[in-house]
Write a protein that binds this ligand. Structure first.
Ligand SMILES: Nc1ncnc2c1ncn2[C@@H]1O[C@H](COP(=O)(O)OP(=O)(O)O)[C@@H](O)[C@H]1O
Ligand SMILES: [Mg+2]
Length: 248
């Protein structure tokens, strides 16, 4: 079974950044087979990783919806082939799977059930699944992603961000899945002294702080992959310390 590391938090706090740097750490350290999962409908993980996005799970669902004449076994075969050959995007040292936006109208139960099974089948192919979520944890709540070993709730250094982290943690606990351990990570700040009370109120243990990193901002601005950030960049160093704590 792959170890599931799920990132959650308010938009703009740094989830995708931290997810990419965790993937960088796992790949550079040769720690095992890694699957990066972008479960945020507004997918940007591929950009941070420097990959081109060609097929999402939503694309597969949409195409299957159009195939009115095909019977279920044909459709199942089609979905499985598309999943392995296109949606699972291969890269050096890790693979990427992008959920894409879910469109609400109509019932897509059939293709979604087949895709969920495809994901479950991957459990033995990877040692780690690093899952970049949106704040509502939709894919976790729908059961597309099952159980979380390590939940990392990300906040920036604002009171709003930390309070949102607390609410997201409450939401996560209320969903029907197991969380092994959960931590708070605060980004773009050097000192959390003033936030101490707010941090305690979340019920989450503070795992680490990722300082504001101007080189990271520059990479983001020019669309350079975060995997290429130098090992001595402050954010890379901070994520390395975090990884040393969670991957023992
Ligand atoms: N430690 C950091 N230092 C400087 N900028 C950061 C840092 N972490 C994130 N950012 C910037 O903040 C913005 C939002 O980050 P992102 O990871 O996309 O957030 P989220 O995925 O939570 O929406 C991006 O422009 C990113 O470059
Ligand atoms: Mg993001």
């Amino acid at each position: 079974m792959a170890k599931h590391i799920a990132l959650a938090g308010k938009g703009g706090t740094g989830k995708t950044t931290v997810a990419s740097l965790i993937i960088k750490n796992l790949v550079a350290g040769n720690k095992g087979r890694v699957l990066a999962v972008d479960a945020d409908p507004n997918a940007t993980l591929h950009e941070a990783l420097g990959m081109e996005l060609t097929c999402t799970l939503s694309d597969i669902v949409e195409t299957v919806k159009e195939q009115k004449s095909a019977d279920d076994s044909d459709r199942e075969g089609y979905i499985k082939t598309k999943f392995t050959e296109e949606a699972l995007i291969r890269s050096d040292g890790y693979d990427l799977l992008v959920m894409g936006p879910s469109r609400q109208a109509g019932c897509y139960c059939f293709p979604n059930a087949v895709l969920k099974n495809c994901i479950i089948q991957l459990e033995n192919d990877y040692d780690y699944m690093v899952i970049d979520n949106e704040a509502g944890l939709e894919h976790i709540s729908r059961g597309t992603i099952q159980d979380v070993d390590t939940m990392l709730v990300i906040s920036d250094g604002s009171v709003k961000g930390v309070r949102a982290a607390g609410r997201i943690y409450e939401l996560a606990k209320s969903l029907a899945f197991d969380i092994g351990e959960a931590y708070l990570i605060i980004t773009k700040i050097n000192d959390t002294a003033l936030l101490q009370k707010e941090i305690e109120a979340t019920g989450l243990e503070l795992l680490g702080i990722i300082p504001y990193d101007t080189q990271l901002t520059e990479y983001d601005l020019y669309g350079k992959p975060l995997l290429d950030l130098p090992e001595d960049s402050p954010a890379v160093k901070a994520v390395r310390e975090i990884c040393d704590k969670i991957f023992v």
